[in-house]
Write a protein that binds this ligand. Structure first.
Ligand code: ADP
Length: 467
């Protein structure tokens, strides 16, 4: 008993933890119920119709026979002959007899479908008596009752046989209306066995179909259980992934302070007059590595913020041309070092609703990449208002370019193109993911057009702010 309780509790908990199972369980119960209900209804209706048809057919035969029999009561042999004839076209008639009252509760069989019954006494059962009484009261009508014999159903139909109306003798008096007397009864049995057998067969078929449907649902359930396994696995993987992100973000955060200390000491050491040329060179290298590390930490923290929706945006309506100019200027030295032609044709644009600091971060990334991935040639920044609707900022370079295949993965986290051109260029593969997310959160779009070996265009656009 305890084990059953435990199993039920287990099952209930499993269903609670996987609410999607409820739907299947509901189907498992609802479909058979709906199926059985509609089947029962259908069987009921069809059985009713069949009964009504058979009963009225038997009633009609009894009526016709009673009309004929009232003049033949004195000739039982003729009646028997007629009964045999009548049964030939009506196989469902399994019994047909003419009975006449013998004593209080007994009748004599005058003629019957079964010759052995003839001249025997017939004692009616309660139901038989009821239909005979009704037939007696309403002489022109036939009455039926449902009876079972050996597990098979039949209708017993009773109809009174009136005595023939008296023959008018002479012409002297007007015909008197005389209530007809009952000379006997027609008692016919119409078997419903064949109809019931067919119905049973159909019910069996319907239940087989139902079993198939239930089996199908069970299979579905089994499949769903496997999907649930996958879902659980997926949830766990996500949890582990989240833990990894949390750990990386935490570690990045904790790295900041020691890194700041290292940079501060490098600065003060650099000021030392006693330091040799070689020493300064080493310090420069340390400072460069610390700066890279600082950028990486910044990127990791940005990723964490964006993933958790913690990055804040202070939206304002601004013409972005000044911001673009400032970012371009910040890269001028680097571009000059690489002897790149570096242009930005500043002109007034239209206001867009963005966070200026975040827009700067986006521009630093794509302009920075253009300078970084262009060994020779030019980097051109252009900005324009398209159809008065959108402000488009385009950063075009004549750098290493990106293959169509790599362009598909460009905005994925940690994606970096692996080729001989990029082998010596350091980076994290986080910049474009962060850029893409920031642009998306500022309701802008970012896209790339590039031909490998020829150069790339990164296009960022925002709709013009409506006042
Ligand atoms: P990374 O830190 O590697 O620069 P990003 O996310 O900024 O990371 O860029 C992802 C990759 O996209 C880069 O590693 C580089 O291969 C490619 N890429 C980005 N910008 C350009 C560009 N202007 N020209 C060619 N390749 C680029």
């Amino acid at each position: 008993m305890n084990a059953i309780g435990e199993t039920v509790r287990h099952g209930a908990r499993f269903v609670r933890e996987h609410p999607q199972l409820l739907y299947t369980l509901f189907l498992l119960v609802a479909i058979p119920i709906a199926f059985i209900a509609s089947g029962e209804q259908f069987v009921g209706v069809s059985r009713d119709t069949q009964d009504r048809l058979e009963r009225s057919r038997a009633g009609l035969l009894a009526d016709v026979f009673a009309e004929f029999a009232q003049y033949q009561m004195s000739d039982p042999a003729r009646l028997s002959e007629h009964i045999q004839e009548l049964q030939k076209g009506n196989e469902t008639i399994t019994g047909f007899r003419v009975i006449v009252p013998e004593s209080e509760n007994e009748y004599r069989v005058l003629a019957s479908l079964d010759p052995e019954e003839e001249n025997t006494l017939f004692t009616p059962g309660i139901l038989d008596q009821l239909v005979l009484d009704s037939a007696h009261r309403n002489k022109g009508q036939s009455y039926a009752s449902e009876e079972y014999q050996g597990g098979l159903r039949h209708w017993r139909v009773a109809r009174a046989i009136s005595t023939p109306p008296p023959v008018a003798l002479g012409t002297s008096t007007a015909p008197r209306v005389v209530a007809p007397e009952v000379a006997g009864y027609v008692l016919a049995d119409v078997s419903m066995a064949e109809g019931d057998r067919l119905t049973e067969k159909n019910i069996t078929k319907a239940y087989l179909i139902l079993a198939g449907v239930v089996l199908l649902i069970l299979l579905l359930l089994a499949r769903q259980a496997r999907i649930i396994d996958y879902a659980t696995l997926y949830r766990r993987l996500k949890e582990v992934d989240q833990m990894k992100d949390d750990f990386v973000a935490m570690a990045a955060h904790e790295l900041r302070s020691p890194l700041a200390i290292i940079r501060a000491y490098v600065d003060s050491l650099d000021d030392e007059k006693t330091l040799s040329e070689g020493g300064h060179h080493i310090l420069e290298k340390i400072d460069g590595a610390a700066k890279d590390l600082n950028l990486l930490i910044g990127d990791i923290l940005d990723v964490a913020k964006l993933q958790e929706g913690r990055m804040s945006f202070r939206f304002e309506s601004v013409d972005p041309s000044d911001t673009i100019e400032k970012v371009v200027e910040s890269f001028r030295m680097l571009a000059a070092d690489k002897k790149l032609a570096f242009t930005y044709d500043k002109k007034a644009l239209a206001p867009i609703s963005v966070d200026t600091d975040r827009l700067r971060q986006v521009l630093v990334n794509i302009i920075g990449n253009a300078v970084k991935y262009t060994p020779a040639g030019s980097v051109a920044v252009t900005a324009s208002v398209l159809a008065g609707e959108r402000v488009e900022i385009r950063v075009s370079d004549t750098g290493i370019g990106i293959s169509a295949e790599d362009q598909q993965k460009l905005f994925q986290k940690f994606f970096r193109v692996k080729s001989a051109d990029t082998a010596k260029i350091t980076g994290t593969g986080l910049g474009l993911w962060i850029t893409g997310e920031i642009v998306r959160q500022m309701k802008g779009t970012i896209s790339v057009e590039s031909i490998r070996g020829k150069g790339s265009d990164f296009i960022v656009s925002f709709s013009v702010a409506k006042n």
